[in-house]
Design a protein around this ligand. Structure first.
Ligand SMILES: O=C[C@H](O)[C@@H](O)CC(=O)C(=O)O
Ligand SMILES: [Zn+2]
Length: 276
């Protein structure tokens, strides 16, 4: 499993384009018929994707983990962003339509992924953090999840925030996870920007039309840089970094965090006029 190491904010100021991409970009995650994971040293979050074709994919026991099985000391959040699929956790099957979320707790030994129709395969985005207690495996569909309206058309940031795994939602040890859908014509996410020193974050962009790009902004609020992303690219955000994006089209993205707490609202906002 590929490893991403942590970066100091003073060093980041000197990074050129390729260094930023090498240190923070997680691309080529989604590959037909394959499961890929990247181990980050930001709160030891593993970022992955499973896209079964006509095959069954298994969450592997990576050598990096030195564990008996993947979830021996970990929990995982799974969101499907494409065709209908199924996840089987220790023999129990869960059907996930697009935008449904499954949490699987520490101690589940076998996790497998399949697509209902190989011509319209599921794409399961995966986030896994270390866990020290076992919480029940829980499926929450997009129909039943808590939705929060944010932004406005005038600011080109009208969007719906869907919160799945957090202090008042699906119970977890440290994983916080959800997804945000931009309204047609809105292109700005997470603007005004914020940081949360107590948690890292990873963004995974999807439903970006072919030929379009995401400008994802990162860095300390007074020292920002950008990185250009494609559909199905993920990017890690260190605790000292803003994480905001604008697209050349509307899009959606999955956000996920791990760290000190499960409080979604524990954020320090920056005034738009203070961003440099
Ligand atoms: O810490 C929370 C995350 O950055 C996201 O939930 C923000 C987001 O989805 C948005 O404003 O659109
Ligand atoms: Zn955030």
């Amino acid at each position: 499993m590929k490893v991403l190491h942590s970066v100091h904010p003073e060093d980041f100021k000197n990074y050129h384009t390729q260094q930023i991409r090498d240190r923070f970009l997680i691309d080529k995650l989604v590959q037909p018929g394959a499961l890929n994971c990247v181990y980050t040293h930001y709160d030891r979050m593993i970022v992955g994707a499973a896209s079964p074709a006509d095959n069954r994919l298994e969450l592997p026991n990576y050598a990096n983990l030195r564990a008996d099985y993947f979830l021996q000391r970990r929990e995982i959040g799974i969101i499907n962003v494409a065709g209908d699929g199924e996840v089987i956790a220790d023999g129990k099957a869960y059907a996930l339509k697009k935008l449904d979320c499954l949490y699987i707790g520490k101690g589940v030994e076998s996790v497998t992924f399949t697509s209902a129709d190989p011509s319209s395969p599921a794409v399961f985005y995966l986030l896994s953090a270390p866990a020290h207690a076992s919480y029940p495996t829980t499926l929450v569909s997009n129909d039943e999840v808590v939705k929060v309206n944010a932004g406005s058309t005038a600011m080109a940031n009208e969007r719906v925030i869907n919160k799945y795994i957090h202090a008042e939602g699906i119970k977890s040890c440290q994983l916080v996870m959800g997804l945000t859908i931009l309204a047609n014509g809105s292109v700005w996410n997470t603007m005004p920007s914020h940081v949360h020193d107590r948690r890292m974050e990873a963004y995974f962009y999807f439903d970006l039309p072919e030929g379009q790009k995401i400008f994802h902004y990162m860095g300390e609020g007074h020292e920002t840089r950008h990185i250009l992303l494609d559909n199905y690219d993920a990017v890690v955000s260190p605790p000292w970094s803003i994480h905001s994006g604008s697209g050349t089209s509307s899009y959606s993205f999955i956000w996920g965090m791990a760290g000190e707490n499960l409080d979604y609202t524990d954020m320090d906002a920056l005034a738009i006029t203070d961003i440099r």
